[in-house]
Design a protein. Structure first.
Length: 326
C-alpha cells in the first residue's frame, strides 16, 4: 500500500471514531454554547456541557418546550421528578401515602395544576441553563430530552421536590440521594402535594360547579368570554364579574383566578368586597378600582367555548369553580 493510501485510510478511520463519540442529541450539538458555560459542577447536575436556552412553553410541571440560540426547538422532560398529571388521570399509588381513591386523585390533580403554574411563573419566557446527567440517556422513549434546568443559579428540578410539587422519579440519576432527602423532608412536613395524605391538601367540599361558594359567599355573576371582533385585539371586552353574595365583607387579597390552561391572575393586596358588591375582572390592562380589576394579559384568556373558572383563596384552597360552555 502506498504512503498516500495509508494516510487516507487513517483519516477515514479517525473520522468514523470521532463521529461515534458524541452521545449528545444532534440538535444539541448545534447550539454553540457560550464559551466557559459549563453548568454548576458542584451540584453534580451536568456532564460538563450546558446550554443556555429560552423556555417557550410550559406543558405541565415537569415538561417544557424550549428554543436554542440557533432557533432549534425541543421538548424536555425534567430529570428525577414527577409532578401530578393535569392532562391524564393520576394514579395515587405512585405517590406514597396518598389515598388510592377519588379524593386522592382529585387532590393530586389540583396539585398538578399548581405545579404547572409554579413552572409557568418561574420559567416561562426565561433564559435558563439545561444540562444532562451522566447516568441517564439524553432522551426518553417519547424522544424528549432528559434535562436538569438551572434558573438564577438554582436547580428547578430540586425545587419542585423540595417545595412539594413533585415526587422523586426513581432512576439512576446522580442526584437521587439529595432529591430523596428533600422528598422525605417534604413528606414529614406535609408540604405541597404531601398534604393529600390526610385529605388536607385537596379542594374538599368547597369545590363547586354551579358558580357559587357556600363557604365564602363568592359567586360568578357574569361571564363575557366572547369579545366583539378578535378577542386578542379587544381584551377589555373579555371579562368576568365576581359578586359577594354573603352577609359580611369579603377580603379577597391574594386570591387567584385561573382557567383550564392555568393562566392565573392574583388579586392585589387590599381588595375587599362589601356584602352584595361586585367587581369586574377585565382581561386587558387598566387602572384597578373598587369595582374594576385588570388582568394585564397580552392575549385572550377565556375560551369562547368550554372553559372552567377556578378561584383559590390566599391559602391556595379552591373556593369556587364554575364550568361554562359557549
Amino acid at each position: 500500500m502506498s504512503l498516500k493510501s495509508s494516510l487516507l485510510v487513517v483519516c477515514l478511520v479517525s473520522a468514523v471514531v470521532l463521529a461515534g463519540c458524541s452521545s449528545v442529541p444532534s440538535s444539541t450539538t448545534q447550539t454553540n454554547a457560550p464559551a466557559g458555560e459549563t453548568g454548576d459542577q458542584s451540584a453534580g447536575e451536568t456532564t460538563g456541557e450546558a446550554w443556555t436556552v429560552t423556555i417557550t412553553r410550559i406543558v405541565d410541571g415537569d415538561t417544557v418546550e424550549f428554543e436554542y440560540r440557533n432557533g432549534t426547538q425541543e421538548t424536555a422532560r425534567l430529570l428525577g421528578v414527577d409532578t401530578p398529571e393535569v392532562h391524564t388521570a393520576n394514579d395515587p399509588e405512585e405517590f406514597e401515602g396518598v389515598p388510592n381513591d377519588e379524593s386522592g386523585a382529585t387532590c393530586l390533580r389540583d396539585w398538578g395544576h399548581k405545579a404547572s403554574e409554579f413552572a409557568r411563573s418561574e420559567l416561562a419566557d426565561e433564559q435558563v441553563t439545561i444540562s444532562f446527567d451522566p447516568n441517564e440517556g439524553p432522551r426518553d422513549r417519547y424522544d424528549r430530552l432528559l434535562v436538569y434546568i438551572r434558573d438564577d443559579g438554582k436547580s428547578f428540578n430540586y425545587q419542585l421536590v423540595k417545595q412539594g410539587y413533585a415526587r422523586v422519579y426513581d432512576s439512576k440519576f446522580e442526584q437521587r440521594e439529595r432529591f430523596y432527602s428533600a422528598e422525605s423532608e417534604a413528606q414529614q412536613e406535609k408540604v405541597g402535594l404531601w398534604a393529600c395524605r390526610d385529605g388536607s391538601g385537596g379542594s374538599g367540599s368547597s369545590q363547586t360547579t354551579d358558580g357559587s361558594s357556600g363557604t365564602t359567599g363568592l359567586t360568578i355573576a357574569q361571564i363575557h368570554a366572547d369579545a366583539e371582533g378578535n378577542d386578542h385585539e379587544n381584551l377589555n371586552d373579555e371579562y368576568i364579574v365576581l359578586r359577594n353574595s354573603g352577609n359580611d365583607a369579603l377580603d379577597i387579597s391574594g386570591w387567584t383566578v385561573s382557567d383550564e390552561a392555568d393562566h392565573t391572575y392574583r388579586v392585589p393586596s387590599g381588595t375587599s368586597l362589601e356584602s352584595g358588591a361586585r367587581v369586574t375582572l377585565y382581561t386587558g390592562s387598566g387602572s384597578d378600582s373598587e369595582s374594576e380589576l385588570y388582568w394585564g394579559s397580552d392575549g385572550a384568556v377565556w375560551n369562547n367555548g368550554d372553559d372552567t373558572i377556578t378561584v383559590r383563596n390566599a391559602s391556595d384552597d379552591v373556593v369556587l369553580r364554575k364550568e361554562y360552555s359557549g
